[in-house]
Design a binder for this molecule. Structure first.
Ligand SMILES: [Zn+2]
Length: 287
């Protein structure tokens, strides 16, 4: 048994699709290949979008794919993020800029909001994390070393005006609390490492290792979402796909050709694969 702790972190706002199969399959392989542990955590900090029936469907999809886990930890809806926000008090500020203003004017060169709220005490508004500008060297197991200036992404919101907490705060607090040592997810989140690493550091903690896997796109070239219903696992299942057929499509995207199940791919698992983005098929194999 190694000390590696990975996690499966589905968001129960939409059904799982081929992109999720890729990311969760990679998280499973990465942890299992070194005898590590795998946690399941539902990421429903955005309560308005979470749907219980979708969560049940996601569990069924994971079981169908043969993705198992060692422990289910508290979903985000059951966690209290107030102490975590409190711990970041020295690096946060209240921002009274409207969403429209931020969209229209963008962030300042140092990452601060357009209204200069970093330097002027505000009442109300949302709570933002003050990022340190300057290039950050981020290291990814697949994409290698990249230089990203987090100021370009702007100071992230940690708590919204209505008091709810953001994904940026929740995911770091959860991974820290759960002892997660490796994060495996889609390549669209690669640049976010620059921001999230700073939040980890602000907590006085060492960030996990990062592995960003190929992004799965729909035939329209966009990231898979609800508008790509035919790539949802339940739709594929209804169209007659077996889990084996899903893995025959997904595993080659990770450079694991010749395997037709997760367990058969374990021996040849590696961080690096042949491609950075792939297009999902929307019809059954041979169909
Ligand atoms: Zn502001």
């Amino acid at each position: 048994m190694s000390n590696v702790v990975g996690r499966l972190a589905p968001t129960p706002s939409g059904h799982l699709h081929l992109g999720n199969a890729l990311a969760f399959g990679a998280a499973w392989l990465s942890a299992r290949s070194v005898g590590g542990r795998l946690l399941l955590r539902f990421e429903d900090v955005d309560r308005g979008r979470a749907r219980p029936e979708v969560e049940a469907g996601q569990r069924a999809d994971l079981a169908w794919l043969g993705i198992d886990w060692d422990e289910e930890v508290s979903p985000q809806r059951d966690r209290d993020y107030r102490p975590w926000l409190q711990a970041l008090a020295p690096t946060v500020y209240r921002c009274a800029c409207t969403r429209a203003r931020v969209a229209a004017e963008g962030f300042r060169a140092d990452g601060g909001c357009p209204g200069g709220c970093r330097d002027t005490p505000r009442v109300g508004g949302r709570v933002r994390f003050r990022i340190s500008p300057g290039e950050v060297v981020i290291s990814d197991r697949r994409f290698g070393t990249n230089r990203v200036d987090p100021a370009r992404l702007g100071d992230p919101v940690l708590q919204r005006e209505d008091g709810t907490f953001s994904y940026t705060l929740a995911v770091v607090a959860d991974d820290l609390q759960d002892g997660v040592s490796e994060v495996v997810r889609g390549a669209d989140l690669l640049e976010q490492v620059a921001v999230q690493s700073q939040v980890w550091s602000a907590f006085g903690a060492t960030p996990p290792t990062w592995l960003h896997v190929p992004l799965v796109l729909g035939e329209d070239g966009k990231k898979l979402s609800k508008s790509h219903g035919s790539t949802e696992l339940r739709a594929l299942r209804a169209a007659g796909w077996s889990a084996t057929e899903v893995w025959r499509v997904v595993l080659p995207w990770l450079g694991l050709s010749g395997a037709d199940s997760l367990s058969s791919a374990l021996a040849s698992w590696q961080d690096r694969g042949p491609v950075d983005a792939v297009v999902a098929p929307s019809t059954a194999p041979g169909g």
